[in-house]
Design a protein around this ligand. Structure first.
Ligand SMILES: [Zn+2]
Length: 378
């Protein structure tokens, strides 16, 4: 059996940058072969050409309950400016550097090691262990977890998504709605602005009004407040031409009590109120990820995580909220599976240059997941 460190290095060396997101087969096969050898029933699910997910199942003696461990195989593109090569998995002290070390091949290495150890004594588990290593998370999860749920290939009573939380247990997550709004007016000569409808000025009015649509009074114990930021703007052609077009992009983060349709309706009605006569706009959803929060009867999986962490490390962990969006929302909302986000590594190093993870955390996570699987399925 390979060590957590060797396994992590090998995973980092298989480049699964998304976009483009078409190199999944190699990593899926690499993991699938390890788990087949360990005694798992392995299947490869191709959601679209070259977009391969891998599922592995170990049957317990009773077949109930089922625990799912999930991680995404893709990483965001490395980009420029690294001090360490992004796809070699080089070590410096306790740290391993590379794209995807924290987000989230570290957790995948931990899950594989835990799964191999569990399979050495399969009679010790009564329930089934299901592992799903999936594609496409970084671009929305449609060909990954969503596809597997739609095909009813994932059914479980509890799930862990091993995104980096530094071992905090996260039973809730904010939602995200990314919108593009294109304002259209009428161009005119810069000396005759009254003959045109200025799309840039229209956008400016809308921006000022939209900032007030984010409810300042809402707040959640673990997730804080909703946010709205306008992060792109593009319009106009020349200093002396009244612009007929301007587009903006909005990033709205939602609390569990909000829904994308209500948020979008509020944004539309705000723009309708400030719209200049003769202007039009088109609103398009770029990304839509609903928030979630486990309710009282679903929190057992959070307790299992806290207990396993204490058992493995002797320390207590905190219960916090996930501020970005992960595939856990799909498992909870569409799969109806009580899911927490719980994994090694820091979320602050994700998607940046010189991403790293501490090897000791990857080793600790393997032990935590191992104990957790025994406790849930024992
Ligand atoms: Zn991730």
């Amino acid at each position: 059996m390979q060590s957590e460190l060797e396994l992590l290095r090998q995973l980092v060396r298989i480049r699964t940058e998304n976009p483009p997101g078409n190199d999944y087969r190699e990593v899926a096969t690499f993991i699938g072969e390890i788990l087949t050898k360990a005694g798992y029933e392995v299947s490869y699910i191709e959601a679209a050409p070259r977009i391969v997910n891998v599922l592995a199942k170990l049957r317990g003696t009773r077949g109930y309950p089922t625990l799912l461990l999930n991680g995404h195989l893709d990483v965001v593109p490395a980009g420029e400016g690294w001090q360490h090569p992004p796809f070699e998995g080089v070590s410096d002290g306790d740290r391993v550097y590379g794209r995807g070390t924290a987000d989230m091949k570290g957790a995948i290495a931990s899950m594989i090691v835990a799964a191999q150890r569990i399979a050495q004594q399969p009679q010790a588990i009564a329930g089934d262990l299901l592992l799903a290593f999936t594609a496409d998370e970084e671009t929305g999860g449609l060909n990954g977890v969503k596809f597997l749920l739609d095909k009813q290939l994932i059914q479980a009573d509890f799930a862990i998504v091993g995104e980096p939380t530094d071992f905090e247990v996260r039973p809730c997550q904010r939602g995200a709605l990314w919108l593009e709004i294109e304002f259209r007016g009428r161009s005119a000569h810069g000396s005759l602005p009254h003959l045109g409808v200025n799309a840039v000025e229209m956008a400016a009015e809308a921006i000022a009004a939209l900032r007030r649509t984010c409810p300042a009074n809402l707040s959640h114990q673990l997730l804080g407040s909703p946010t709205l930021s306008i992060n792109r703007i593009d319009g106009g052609t020349k200093v002396n031409v009244i612009p007929n077009r301007c587009r903006i992009e909005i990033d709205r983060r939602m609390l569990p009590e909000e829904s994308a349709s209500e948020v979008e309706a509020a944004i539309r009605s705000t723009i309708d109120q400030v719209k200049l006569p003769g202007s039009e706009y088109a609103l398009t959803r770029m990304i839509h990820a609903e928030p979630f929060e486990l309710v009282a009867g679903q929190l057992r999986i959070a307790e299992y995580c806290e207990k396993a962490y204490k058992q493995a490390t002797g320390r207590e962990t905190a219960r916090t909220g996930e501020l970005s969006f992960t595939d856990a929302r799909l498992l909870v909302r569409e799969g109806k599976i009580p899911t927490v986000i719980f994994g090694p590594g820091l979320d602050s190093v994700c998607h940046i240059t010189d991403e790293y993870i501490a090897v000791n955390d990857v080793i600790a996570a393997a032990e935590v997941y191992y104990l957790l699987v025994h406790d849930v399925l024992g």
